[in-house]
Design a protein around this ligand. Structure first.
Ligand SMILES: Cc1cc2nc3c(=O)[nH]c(=O)nc-3n(C[C@H](O)[C@H](O)[C@H](O)COP(=O)(O)O)c2cc1C
Ligand SMILES: [Fe+2]
Ligand SMILES: [Fe+2]
Length: 383
């Protein structure tokens, strides 16, 4: 279904409600959309394409929007296949259509499509402008948000920012009124998280623009929550917690004893201050997002073959890969004969930037006793 956004701008993307996993690792409860747009003026401009999963619907939408018109240009904001899978087909369909791309994108287009595109590319760079009638498009480079070639487009006439993957969310197209940023946060932290410095650079460029509407590549077109969204991005990109006093409690327990202690901590000591993640069953991307959200992190882990129990190891590898920093951390280990998980978690924290371990590692030997209970109580009072 196509959807008119302004007099001149039509949504031709597709909401893929059935897809269960994104980028082969992030579980989806409510699918994801691949957004693409057509801007009509003296010249007709197509913005990106779609994922291969939804090609049939995408081409139906494109035909419905274009009618007899042929696009003069396609703006390629980003070559990741969730947006460029159908690029080769549209380039073949519309032989006279020119490609608007920056110099880092051009070889990527050729590598992904195995086509030579030199004779049909209009190369643009930071601040380049292309006039298409009453609309003038201005290009803003956003390298490493989250691929090197990423480029945003600002329509100076309608004050619309085509923001590439930035400001996207998992889930459906109707989230602009949503106060809940959980799916935006999970998307940002896991996909863009490592590139906070680059996101801050782009936010500075965006601050100089008068933006009435943001058209991202996933989920809702934003015209109501732009300020709130930009505020969240500023926090996430600078690794500043949204809730500085809240504690993300992440545990990995083999036989349930560490789990029992974690649940008791939440029930009796931390209450609403805590967000609990069982790393053996939860979506690790949600636990990563929780860690970005809250100022404090409590890691609890059984020892496994003289190491960390695997779900904790996997979680910390993901956290490290996403560049998390600036959190207060406490560690509780469990081991039945030679507990070792705590020391390894501590070393992992020390390999990250400004992850401050606030207390000695607390060791549980199989089950909590009076002494460990006292230590845990004291630790919780420091949170
Ligand atoms: C395969 C396996 C390997 C383990 N390796 C160790 C170990 O190297 N050192 C140790 O102290 N405990 C080891 N344990 C015991 C766990 O740490 C034990 O389950 C834990 O102390 C109790 O907490 P839990 O019920 O939360 O798992 C191992 C357990 C399993 C099942
Ligand atoms: Fe992407
Ligand atoms: Fe994307």
């Amino acid at each position: 279904m196509i959807n008119k956004i302004t007099e001149d701008l039509v949504y031709v993307g597709v909401y893929d409600k059935d897809v269960k996993i994104f980028e082969s690792q992030y579980p989806l409860e409510n699918g994801v959309s691949y957004n693409s747009y057509v801007l009509f003026d003296e010249k007709t401009v197509l913005f990106d394409t779609s994922d291969v999963r939804v090609s049939k619907q995408y081409f139906e939408n494109l035909k419905e929007a274009l009618g007899d018109k042929k696009p003069d240009y396609i703006v390629v904001s980003h070559m990741e296949p969730d947006h460029s899978a159908n690029l080769k087909i549209v380039l073949d369909m519309y032989k006279d259509m020119k490609i608007i791309a920056n110099k880092r994108t051009i070889p990527m287009i050729e590598n992904f499509t195995q086509m030579s595109v030199a004779d049909r590319v209009i190369e643009v760079g930071e601040g380049s402008e292309i006039n298409i009638g009453k609309h003038t498009l201005k290009f803003i480079l956003a390298p490493m948000v989250h691929w090197p070639e990423v480029m945003m487009t600002y329509d100076m006439y309608d004050k619309t920012l085509f923001s590439a993957d930035a400001f996207g969310r998992f889930g459906n197209m109707n989230q602009d009124d949503d106060e809940n940023f959980d799916e935006a946060r999970r998307y940002y932290c896991n996909i863009v998280g490592k590139y906070g410095a680059q996101v801050l650079t782009v936010l500075k460029k965006a601050a100089a623009l008068d933006i009435k509407r943001i058209c991202p590549l996933h989920s809702s077109i934003l015209d109501k929550k732009i300020g709130a969204f930009i505020e969240k991005y500023s926090l996430w990109a600078s690794y500043t917690p949204e809730e500085k006093d809240k504690v993300t409690v992440c545990y990995a327990s083999i036989h349930g004893n560490t789990k029992k202690v974690a649940e008791t901590i939440v029930k009796e000591a931390l209450g609403d201050k805590a967000e609990l993640y069982d790393l053996t069953t939860c979506d690790l991307s949600a636990a990563v997002a929780g860690t970005f959200k809250n100022g404090k992190l409590l890691l609890m882990c059984s020892t496994y073959d003289a190491g960390m129990f695997t779900p904790m190891k996997n979680f910390l590898a993901r956290l490290n890969a996403k560049g998390i920093c600036n959190r207060e951390v406490a560690i509780i280990e469990n081991g039945s004969w030679a507990p070792a998980a705590g020391k390894l978690i501590k070393a992992e924290m020390e390999s990250m930037k400004n992850m401050t371990v606030i207390d000695e590692v607390i060791t549980i030997k199989s089950t909590a006793n009076k002494e460990t209970e006292e230590k845990i109580k004291e630790l919780c009072s420091k949170f």
